[in-house]
Design a protein around this ligand. Structure first.
Ligand code: TXA
Ligand code: MG
Length: 310
Protein backbone atom coordinates (compact mmCIF):
# COMPACT_ATOMS: atom_id res chain seq x y z
CA UNK A 1 0.00 0.00 0.00
CA UNK A 2 1.58 3.26 -1.13
CA UNK A 3 1.43 6.00 1.50
CA UNK A 4 2.39 9.69 1.34
CA UNK A 5 5.40 11.07 3.23
CA UNK A 6 3.38 12.75 6.01
CA UNK A 7 1.51 9.51 6.68
CA UNK A 8 4.83 7.60 6.78
CA UNK A 9 6.23 10.13 9.30
CA UNK A 10 3.09 9.92 11.48
CA UNK A 11 3.14 6.13 11.51
CA UNK A 12 6.86 6.05 12.42
CA UNK A 13 6.39 8.63 15.18
CA UNK A 14 3.52 6.54 16.57
CA UNK A 15 5.70 3.38 16.72
CA UNK A 16 4.81 1.85 13.35
CA UNK A 17 6.99 0.13 10.75
CA UNK A 18 7.08 1.52 7.21
CA UNK A 19 9.13 0.66 4.11
CA UNK A 20 11.14 3.64 2.91
CA UNK A 21 13.19 4.29 -0.24
CA UNK A 22 16.89 5.12 -0.03
CA UNK A 23 19.42 5.63 -2.81
CA UNK A 24 20.77 2.09 -2.21
CA UNK A 25 17.81 -0.23 -1.52
CA UNK A 26 14.44 0.13 0.24
CA UNK A 27 14.67 0.02 4.04
CA UNK A 28 12.25 -1.29 6.64
CA UNK A 29 12.11 1.69 8.98
CA UNK A 30 11.33 2.10 12.69
CA UNK A 31 12.03 4.99 15.02
CA UNK A 32 15.06 4.57 17.28
CA UNK A 33 12.75 5.74 20.07
CA UNK A 34 10.26 2.85 19.75
CA UNK A 35 11.49 -0.55 21.04
CA UNK A 36 8.28 -2.32 20.01
CA UNK A 37 8.68 -1.11 16.42
CA UNK A 38 12.32 -2.25 16.43
CA UNK A 39 11.20 -5.71 17.61
CA UNK A 40 8.60 -5.73 14.81
CA UNK A 41 11.33 -5.16 12.21
CA UNK A 42 13.08 -8.38 13.29
CA UNK A 43 9.84 -10.40 13.25
CA UNK A 44 8.58 -8.94 9.94
CA UNK A 45 11.82 -9.78 8.14
CA UNK A 46 12.44 -13.06 9.95
CA UNK A 47 15.81 -11.56 10.92
CA UNK A 48 18.01 -13.26 13.55
CA UNK A 49 18.29 -11.08 16.68
CA UNK A 50 22.11 -11.24 16.59
CA UNK A 51 22.19 -9.25 13.34
CA UNK A 52 22.38 -5.52 14.20
CA UNK A 53 20.65 -2.65 12.39
CA UNK A 54 21.99 0.52 10.74
CA UNK A 55 20.92 3.83 12.30
CA UNK A 56 20.01 6.43 9.67
CA UNK A 57 20.57 10.08 10.56
CA UNK A 58 19.63 13.34 8.89
CA UNK A 59 23.11 14.80 9.40
CA UNK A 60 26.63 13.78 10.41
CA UNK A 61 26.44 16.19 13.39
CA UNK A 62 24.27 13.74 15.34
CA UNK A 63 27.14 11.21 15.46
CA UNK A 64 28.70 13.22 18.28
CA UNK A 65 25.90 12.33 20.68
CA UNK A 66 26.50 8.58 20.20
CA UNK A 67 30.18 7.96 19.38
CA UNK A 68 32.69 7.51 22.20
CA UNK A 69 35.42 9.06 20.07
CA UNK A 70 35.85 10.33 16.52
CA UNK A 71 38.42 8.15 14.69
CA UNK A 72 40.90 9.80 12.33
CA UNK A 73 39.54 10.69 8.88
CA UNK A 74 35.92 10.27 10.02
CA UNK A 75 35.23 13.94 9.37
CA UNK A 76 36.82 13.71 5.91
CA UNK A 77 34.88 10.51 5.09
CA UNK A 78 31.63 12.15 6.19
CA UNK A 79 32.34 15.31 4.20
CA UNK A 80 33.15 13.36 1.06
CA UNK A 81 30.53 10.58 1.16
CA UNK A 82 27.59 11.81 3.28
CA UNK A 83 24.82 12.09 2.45
CA UNK A 84 25.34 8.86 0.54
CA UNK A 85 25.83 5.09 0.52
CA UNK A 86 28.47 4.85 3.26
CA UNK A 87 27.89 3.24 6.68
CA UNK A 88 30.40 3.70 9.50
CA UNK A 89 30.63 1.38 12.51
CA UNK A 90 31.69 3.27 15.63
CA UNK A 91 32.22 2.51 19.32
CA UNK A 92 29.34 4.10 21.17
CA UNK A 93 28.70 5.64 24.56
CA UNK A 94 27.10 3.08 26.88
CA UNK A 95 23.30 3.12 26.69
CA UNK A 96 23.17 5.74 23.92
CA UNK A 97 21.66 3.14 21.53
CA UNK A 98 19.22 0.37 22.58
CA UNK A 99 20.93 -3.03 22.82
CA UNK A 100 18.42 -4.69 20.42
CA UNK A 101 19.50 -2.33 17.62
CA UNK A 102 23.20 -3.23 17.93
CA UNK A 103 22.62 -6.91 18.86
CA UNK A 104 24.41 -6.31 22.15
CA UNK A 105 27.65 -5.12 20.48
CA UNK A 106 29.59 -2.15 21.94
CA UNK A 107 29.45 -0.56 18.48
CA UNK A 108 26.70 0.75 16.22
CA UNK A 109 26.44 1.40 12.47
CA UNK A 110 25.51 4.89 11.17
CA UNK A 111 24.59 6.26 7.78
CA UNK A 112 23.31 9.60 6.43
CA UNK A 113 21.28 8.65 3.34
CA UNK A 114 20.98 10.80 0.23
CA UNK A 115 17.52 10.04 -1.19
CA UNK A 116 15.54 13.30 -0.93
CA UNK A 117 12.40 11.63 0.49
CA UNK A 118 14.41 9.74 3.13
CA UNK A 119 16.05 12.99 4.15
CA UNK A 120 12.74 14.81 4.44
CA UNK A 121 11.33 11.91 6.43
CA UNK A 122 14.32 11.86 8.81
CA UNK A 123 13.80 15.55 9.51
CA UNK A 124 10.24 14.75 10.61
CA UNK A 125 11.02 11.59 12.61
CA UNK A 126 14.56 11.76 13.97
CA UNK A 127 16.89 8.72 13.69
CA UNK A 128 15.45 5.65 11.98
CA UNK A 129 16.80 2.10 12.06
CA UNK A 130 16.46 0.39 8.69
CA UNK A 131 17.54 -3.00 7.48
CA UNK A 132 16.91 -3.73 3.83
CA UNK A 133 13.17 -4.19 3.19
CA UNK A 134 13.21 -7.82 2.09
CA UNK A 135 12.49 -11.16 3.74
CA UNK A 136 15.70 -12.29 5.42
CA UNK A 137 17.92 -14.16 2.95
CA UNK A 138 16.09 -12.91 -0.17
CA UNK A 139 17.29 -10.30 -2.71
CA UNK A 140 16.93 -6.73 -1.43
CA UNK A 141 14.11 -4.50 -2.69
CA UNK A 142 14.88 -1.74 -5.17
CA UNK A 143 11.26 -0.90 -6.12
CA UNK A 144 8.05 -0.48 -4.09
CA UNK A 145 6.62 -3.60 -5.83
CA UNK A 146 9.51 -5.69 -4.46
CA UNK A 147 8.55 -4.69 -0.91
CA UNK A 148 4.90 -5.53 -1.57
CA UNK A 149 5.83 -8.86 -3.05
CA UNK A 150 7.74 -9.82 0.16
CA UNK A 151 5.43 -8.32 2.79
CA UNK A 152 2.04 -8.18 1.07
CA UNK A 153 0.05 -5.57 -0.84
CA UNK A 154 -1.22 -3.98 2.41
CA UNK A 155 2.24 -3.27 3.78
CA UNK A 156 2.81 0.53 4.01
CA UNK A 157 5.44 1.73 1.53
CA UNK A 158 6.64 5.24 0.79
CA UNK A 159 7.18 4.95 -2.98
CA UNK A 160 10.37 6.71 -3.98
CA UNK A 161 10.73 5.08 -7.39
CA UNK A 162 13.64 2.82 -8.32
CA UNK A 163 16.68 3.02 -6.06
CA UNK A 164 19.49 4.73 -7.97
CA UNK A 165 22.42 2.62 -6.71
CA UNK A 166 20.64 -0.73 -6.42
CA UNK A 167 23.11 -2.31 -3.97
CA UNK A 168 23.54 -1.63 -0.25
CA UNK A 169 25.89 0.87 1.37
CA UNK A 170 29.59 0.12 1.84
CA UNK A 171 30.32 -0.49 5.55
CA UNK A 172 33.61 0.63 7.12
CA UNK A 173 34.96 0.01 10.62
CA UNK A 174 38.02 1.62 12.24
CA UNK A 175 40.31 -1.08 13.67
CA UNK A 176 43.89 -0.86 14.88
CA UNK A 177 44.57 2.50 13.28
CA UNK A 178 42.99 1.84 9.87
CA UNK A 179 39.56 1.84 8.25
CA UNK A 180 38.57 -1.60 6.95
CA UNK A 181 35.64 -2.73 4.80
CA UNK A 182 33.21 -5.09 6.49
CA UNK A 183 30.67 -5.09 3.64
CA UNK A 184 31.40 -4.22 0.04
CA UNK A 185 28.78 -1.86 -1.31
CA UNK A 186 27.78 0.95 -3.62
CA UNK A 187 31.03 2.88 -3.03
CA UNK A 188 33.95 0.88 -4.47
CA UNK A 189 36.96 0.29 -2.18
CA UNK A 190 39.21 2.28 -4.55
CA UNK A 191 37.08 5.42 -4.09
CA UNK A 192 38.28 5.81 -0.50
CA UNK A 193 41.94 6.19 -1.46
CA UNK A 194 41.65 9.91 -2.19
CA UNK A 195 40.36 10.53 1.35
CA UNK A 196 42.23 7.91 3.39
CA UNK A 197 45.49 7.75 1.44
CA UNK A 198 45.05 3.97 1.15
CA UNK A 199 42.49 1.51 -0.21
CA UNK A 200 40.74 -0.09 2.78
CA UNK A 201 41.05 -3.88 2.87
CA UNK A 202 38.24 -6.29 3.59
CA UNK A 203 38.18 -7.01 7.31
CA UNK A 204 39.11 -10.51 8.41
CA UNK A 205 37.23 -11.83 11.44
CA UNK A 206 39.46 -12.56 14.42
CA UNK A 207 38.36 -15.57 16.47
CA UNK A 208 34.87 -17.01 16.24
CA UNK A 209 32.98 -13.71 16.14
CA UNK A 210 32.34 -12.22 12.70
CA UNK A 211 33.14 -8.51 12.31
CA UNK A 212 29.90 -8.01 10.41
CA UNK A 213 27.23 -10.38 11.79
CA UNK A 214 25.02 -10.08 8.71
CA UNK A 215 27.73 -11.49 6.47
CA UNK A 216 27.32 -14.95 8.08
CA UNK A 217 23.82 -15.43 6.82
CA UNK A 218 22.44 -16.61 3.51
CA UNK A 219 21.76 -13.44 1.56
CA UNK A 220 20.33 -11.94 -1.62
CA UNK A 221 19.14 -15.41 -2.77
CA UNK A 222 16.30 -16.01 -5.18
CA UNK A 223 14.63 -19.45 -5.06
CA UNK A 224 16.16 -20.09 -8.48
CA UNK A 225 19.47 -22.02 -8.30
CA UNK A 226 22.28 -19.89 -9.76
CA UNK A 227 25.48 -21.24 -11.30
CA UNK A 228 28.21 -18.63 -11.71
CA UNK A 229 30.23 -19.24 -14.87
CA UNK A 230 32.93 -17.37 -16.80
CA UNK A 231 31.80 -18.96 -20.08
CA UNK A 232 28.59 -20.66 -21.13
CA UNK A 233 28.72 -24.05 -22.94
CA UNK A 234 27.65 -23.60 -26.60
CA UNK A 235 25.02 -26.32 -26.34
CA UNK A 236 23.29 -24.70 -23.32
CA UNK A 237 19.54 -24.22 -23.80
CA UNK A 238 18.47 -22.91 -20.42
CA UNK A 239 18.34 -19.45 -18.81
CA UNK A 240 21.35 -17.12 -18.71
CA UNK A 241 21.69 -14.02 -16.57
CA UNK A 242 24.08 -12.03 -18.73
CA UNK A 243 24.88 -8.86 -20.61
CA UNK A 244 23.13 -7.35 -23.61
CA UNK A 245 26.39 -6.64 -25.45
CA UNK A 246 27.50 -10.31 -25.33
CA UNK A 247 26.70 -13.22 -27.60
CA UNK A 248 25.27 -16.36 -25.96
CA UNK A 249 24.04 -19.71 -27.35
CA UNK A 250 21.01 -18.79 -29.48
CA UNK A 251 18.69 -21.36 -27.81
CA UNK A 252 19.22 -19.82 -24.37
CA UNK A 253 16.80 -17.35 -22.73
CA UNK A 254 18.60 -14.20 -21.55
CA UNK A 255 17.81 -12.11 -18.47
CA UNK A 256 19.83 -8.95 -19.06
CA UNK A 257 21.83 -7.15 -16.39
CA UNK A 258 22.63 -4.40 -18.90
CA UNK A 259 25.96 -3.60 -20.54
CA UNK A 260 29.13 -5.45 -19.50
CA UNK A 261 30.88 -2.07 -19.67
CA UNK A 262 28.60 -0.38 -17.13
CA UNK A 263 28.78 -1.78 -13.57
CA UNK A 264 26.55 1.06 -12.28
CA UNK A 265 23.71 -0.06 -14.55
CA UNK A 266 24.32 -3.69 -13.56
CA UNK A 267 24.21 -2.87 -9.82
CA UNK A 268 21.03 -0.84 -10.39
CA UNK A 269 19.30 -3.80 -12.07
CA UNK A 270 20.78 -6.69 -10.11
CA UNK A 271 18.07 -7.45 -7.51
CA UNK A 272 15.24 -6.80 -9.96
CA UNK A 273 16.72 -9.40 -12.31
CA UNK A 274 17.23 -11.93 -9.49
CA UNK A 275 13.64 -11.39 -8.38
CA UNK A 276 12.29 -11.69 -11.92
CA UNK A 277 13.77 -15.21 -12.21
CA UNK A 278 11.43 -16.34 -9.42
CA UNK A 279 8.47 -14.41 -10.82
CA UNK A 280 8.91 -16.19 -14.15
CA UNK A 281 9.26 -19.57 -12.44
CA UNK A 282 12.87 -20.15 -13.52
CA UNK A 283 14.37 -22.85 -11.30
CA UNK A 284 17.95 -22.85 -12.60
CA UNK A 285 20.12 -20.29 -14.38
CA UNK A 286 23.72 -19.70 -15.44
CA UNK A 287 25.11 -16.31 -14.47
CA UNK A 288 27.86 -14.80 -16.63
CA UNK A 289 30.50 -13.54 -14.17
CA UNK A 290 33.24 -12.86 -16.72
CA UNK A 291 33.81 -9.33 -15.41
CA UNK A 292 36.87 -7.51 -14.02
CA UNK A 293 37.86 -7.92 -10.34
CA UNK A 294 37.80 -4.19 -9.66
CA UNK A 295 35.64 -1.31 -8.49
CA UNK A 296 31.89 -1.85 -8.26
CA UNK A 297 32.26 -5.21 -10.05
CA UNK A 298 33.72 -6.59 -6.80
CA UNK A 299 30.49 -5.68 -5.00
CA UNK A 300 28.37 -7.21 -7.77
CA UNK A 301 30.47 -10.40 -7.72
CA UNK A 302 30.19 -10.65 -3.94
CA UNK A 303 26.39 -10.28 -4.11
CA UNK A 304 26.17 -12.90 -6.87
CA UNK A 305 28.36 -15.35 -4.94
CA UNK A 306 26.14 -14.99 -1.87
CA UNK A 307 22.95 -15.21 -3.93
CA UNK A 308 24.17 -18.49 -5.46
CA UNK A 309 24.61 -20.10 -2.00
CA UNK A 310 21.77 -22.30 -0.82
O1 TXA B 1 22.25 0.50 2.06
C1 TXA B 1 22.03 0.03 3.17
O2 TXA B 1 22.93 -0.10 4.04
C2 TXA B 1 20.60 -0.43 3.50
C3 TXA B 1 19.69 0.81 3.45
C4 TXA B 1 18.27 0.51 3.82
O3 TXA B 1 20.25 1.81 4.26
N1 TXA B 1 20.51 -1.11 4.74
C5 TXA B 1 21.01 -2.37 4.91
O4 TXA B 1 20.75 -2.91 6.17
O5 TXA B 1 21.64 -2.98 4.06
P1 TXA B 1 20.91 -4.46 6.49
O6 TXA B 1 20.35 -4.60 7.85
O7 TXA B 1 20.30 -5.27 5.42
O8 TXA B 1 22.47 -4.66 6.56
C6 TXA B 1 23.19 -4.05 7.60
C7 TXA B 1 24.48 -4.78 7.83
C8 TXA B 1 24.30 -6.17 8.41
O9 TXA B 1 25.16 -7.07 7.73
C9 TXA B 1 24.73 -5.99 9.85
O10 TXA B 1 25.27 -7.18 10.40
C10 TXA B 1 25.77 -4.89 9.74
O11 TXA B 1 25.22 -4.01 8.79
N2 TXA B 1 25.93 -4.14 11.00
C11 TXA B 1 25.03 -3.34 11.62
N3 TXA B 1 25.51 -2.88 12.78
C12 TXA B 1 26.76 -3.39 12.92
C13 TXA B 1 27.79 -3.30 13.91
N4 TXA B 1 27.61 -2.59 15.02
N5 TXA B 1 28.96 -3.96 13.70
C14 TXA B 1 29.13 -4.68 12.57
N6 TXA B 1 28.21 -4.81 11.58
C15 TXA B 1 27.03 -4.19 11.77
MG1 MG C 1 20.03 -6.80 4.05
Amino acid sequence: MRIPLNDAANRLNAGGVVAVPTETVYGLAASLEHPEAIAKIFSTKGRPSDNPLIIHLSSAEAIKSYAISIPEKLVELAERFWPGPLTLVLSIKPDSIPSAVRAGLPTAAFRVPKHHQTRELLRKTGPLVMPSANLSGRPSATKAQHVESDFGADFPVLDGGECAEGVESTILIYREGKWEIIRLGAIPAEAFESVLGYIPVESVSKGAKPVCPGQMYRHYSPKCALHLVRSVPVEYEGVIVGFEDRVYPHQAKIFSLGLSTDPYQVAHRLYDVLRSLDIEGVTEAYVDVYVPNEGLWNTILERLKKSACK
